[in-house]
Design a protein around this ligand. Structure first.
Ligand SMILES: Cc1ncc(COP(=O)(O)O)c(C=O)c1O
Length: 397
């Protein structure tokens, strides 16, 4: 018996959602069926909405502190019960967003012109942040093993890049957006070792951590760090509970220097060191009470991916290939088989299909032979999206 209804339709038009109302910049038009940016067409759990309402009823939303047990407690509870990881208050820090934290670490641990490694394909905001801070993108292309249908780090190539003195930071993504790769403990140990041997700072962005199926397969970099290791883990509830517009995130580290530097910047430079009172109410309810919701949501998303995979096998096998990802709600779908020109495909998806999926080139997928399809929606939307894709490929052939 399932407790939660993920099939429910919720109107998002008119909420100024980027997913619906913000397609013009990237796709040249509005009114598309959107499956691109990483938020969900699934409501935040009722328990969280009730907690936000209760906080609203207080009626005062003045400056709010996060340095207290109502912030630390739920985070420690979640990590212990979900991932069997013990955290200490000392190692948990609030920050306005995951990307704020990544940007700040870039500014703190690298110099202008330094190289920052990304494993490509890469989540598109990382290259933007590197360029936006006048650092250099250094690519370590992941290797796709068609036999096991998985992406792997090119360990030799990655080591060589780290050995270059001008390379000072690696931004790791676990689970990996857009491929859905879940990194094993051995892979994480290898990466951490190479970075440390070469004085390359390591950020691990784990914002998709709650979408690992099964959840026991998730290994956080936090379980590998020792006192003062040059490693910082950043995460939040934006993806897990669809809270991206409530400013919040938190980072985990045992590096006292970076903690001090970031806290100094949040206080002195930007004055963003107090928390959103609504976000704190949401975190408390989510992390104390929403484990079962998260488990059921993952079952639902797995069902969506199975549907997508079966649909492709039945109707689009000549053009598309797709491996169900072990994590995230993002499908990384290849149209290499179709032999069609990438720009033509992306244009046709918009103009014929009326659908917004993220083009591979955003993720430094240089051949641009993939698109990223967001599967965190009620099933009827997934069915509609796939019909749009089918219509597109039928008409351009
Ligand atoms: C890997 C990754 N990191 C960070 C973010 C954004 O996090 P935030 O909104 O907290 O900056 C996203 C959103 O898609 C993401 O996929």
């Amino acid at each position: 018996m399932t407790q939660f209804n993920f099939d429910k339709h919720t109107t998002r038009e008119g909420t100024y959602s980027v997913q619906y109302d913000g397609t013009e910049a990237l796709f040249g038009q509005t009114g598309l069926a959107p499956f691109w940016i990483a938020d969900m067409d699934i409501q935040t759990p009722e328990v969280i909405r009730d907690a936000i309402k209760a906080r609203l009823d207080n009626g005062i939303f003045g400056y709010t502190m996060w340095q207290n047990e109502r912030f630390y407690g739920p985070i420690k509870h979640w990590w212990k019960t979900r991932f069997n990881v013990e955290l200490d208050n000392d190692n948990i820090h609030y920050a306005a967003s995951v990307l704020y934290t990544v940007g700040e670490v870039i500014r703190q641990v690298t110099e202008e012109g330094d190289g920052v490694i990304l494993t490509t394909p890469s989540y598109n905001s990382f290259p933007n942040l590197i360029k936006g801070n006048d650092r250099k993108i250094v690519e370590s292309p992941l290797i796709y093993d068609a036999e096991v249908k998985e992406y792997f780090l090119d360990v030799e190539g990655f080591t060589k890049l780290c050995e270059d003195d001008s390379v000072t930071l690696y931004i790791h993504c676990n689970p990996h957006n857009p491929t859905g790769k879940v990194w094993s403990k051995t892979e994480l140990e290898t990466i951490k070792g190479i970075c440390q041997d070469n004085n390359v700072y390591l950020i691990s962005d784990e914002i998709h951590m709650d979408f690992v199926r099964p959840k026991e397969d998730f290994v956080s970099m936090v379980s590998l760090i020792n006192e003062n290791d040059p490693v910082l883990i950043t995460t939040g509830l934006g993806k897990s509970f669809n809270l991206a517009s409530l400013p919040h995130s938190y980072f985990l580290t045992k590096d006292r220097n970076i903690t001090q530097d970031i806290n100094k910047a949040m206080g002195g430079r930007y004055n963003v060191n107090t928390a959103s009172s609504l976000a704190l109410a949401a975190i408390e309810a989510a992390y104390n009470e929403c484990g079962e919701w998260m488990d059921e949501l993952n079952v639902y998303i797995e069902g969506n991916f199975k549907y997508i995979s079966d649909y492709i096998d039945e109707h689009l096998a000549d053009d598309l290939s797709f491996d169900i990802p072990k994590a995230t709600y993002l499908g990384w779908i290849s149209f290499e088989k179709s032999g069609l020109d990438a720009d033509l495909v992306h244009k046709a998806l918009v103009e014929i299909g009326g659908i917004a999926v993220s083009p591979g080139k955003l993720y430094l997928d240089h051949e641009n032979k993939h698109f990223r399809f967001n599967a965190a929606s009620p099933r009827y939307r997934i069915e509609d999206g796939l019909e749009r894709i089918r219509k597109t490929f039928e008409q351009i052939k």
